[in-house]
Write a protein that binds this ligand. Sequence first.
Ligand SMILES: Cc1ncc(COP(=O)(O)O)c(C=O)c1O
Length: 385
Amino acid sequence: MPGFELIGAEEQAEINDIFARGGVLFRHGFDALRNDCFKVREFEAAFAAYMKVPHALAVTSGTAALRVALAVLDLQPGDEIITQSFTFVATAEAIIEARAVPVCCEVDATLNMDPIDLERRITPRTRAVIAVHMLGTPARLREISAVCSRHNVVLIEDAAWGCGGSLDGRALGTWGRMGTFSFDFAKTMTTGEGGMVVFQNRADYERAAAWHDHGHENNPTVPRWEDTRSGSGFNYRMTELQGAVGLAQLRKLDDVVRRQRTNRDALWRAIADIPHITGRAVPDGSHETADALVFEVPSAHIARDVRAKLVANGLSTKILPEAVTWHFAGTWSHMPELVQQHGNLANAFPATAERLARCVSLPITVKMDEALPARMRAAIESVIG
Ligand SMILES: Cc1ncc(COP(=O)(O)O)c(C=O)c1O
């Protein structure tokens, strides 16, 4: 889990620095008051350098990051965007908010986008694919990128869970034309609420930067009230307070991921030899953020019993098997746009439904109690063993 476990003096010092230098909380302007203090701008530059991309744009949430990325694409009525059926509801919400048609596909044993099912669902109206790195494990980006190239559709990565992870040494979020991140309070690094979009090319960045700021081009030759504009927009600007916290959290990110991976490995060593459990499939070359340890058991009934036993012992699971409600499109019958596209959602993604029901996901913390692996083992073994 997350940066919130390590939030403290460093974040406080960054916030204090804003007030010591004039207390300007808006990312633009007020130059006479701010003593050259630009936390959001500094956070974007540091994040882009960390990700080894030319541009990064900070926004108000991971959901906003997806919406802003989609604003770059000039979507037309009827354009379809494909994402995976196992994701947080926000991915589909952003597609709907962008007035595109949401299409979901099955996941495979990685619990991320199945590239074969993705290709089956591409139509002449498909404009983009949003691949998600659920629970910190990379999607099959090599295969997904190849499908996108073959069909000339844009790849966007929803790396809300992937911050600090990589595949083949390349950061998650930087394989696609754009990548989006969430810094909500449960993520690997947090700004309370917040998000980031990273870009491979300047034109996309400029379009997104203007769109997330009411269309402002922030033309340096004119005052803001006379600013130039060439398209519509909205307001998804990050505040300086969030930027300050983000700077401190980014410096901790590699350490958070390293400690999560160590704790995940210790937990897996403790339970791996319990009969009938199979670890989640992970693409070769993955560096997972290890937000969770996920494994499959033989039946949905056993998965539910494992969860009940863990809870009875004061332990918990994370999303699987209990919270598919918010994370599986097969349950989103409250979204008419999805129902219109897929019909009866309960039967629309049978492979994903069957697999998710058999999965158990254990939360990984940075500050793990040393006794936890043995307690987890005892609880799981008492159901399966
Ligand atoms: C896969 C995924 N995408 C997007 C989001 C949205 O992020 P936020 O909560 O910052 O809006 C989340 C949040 O959990 C997520 O899990």
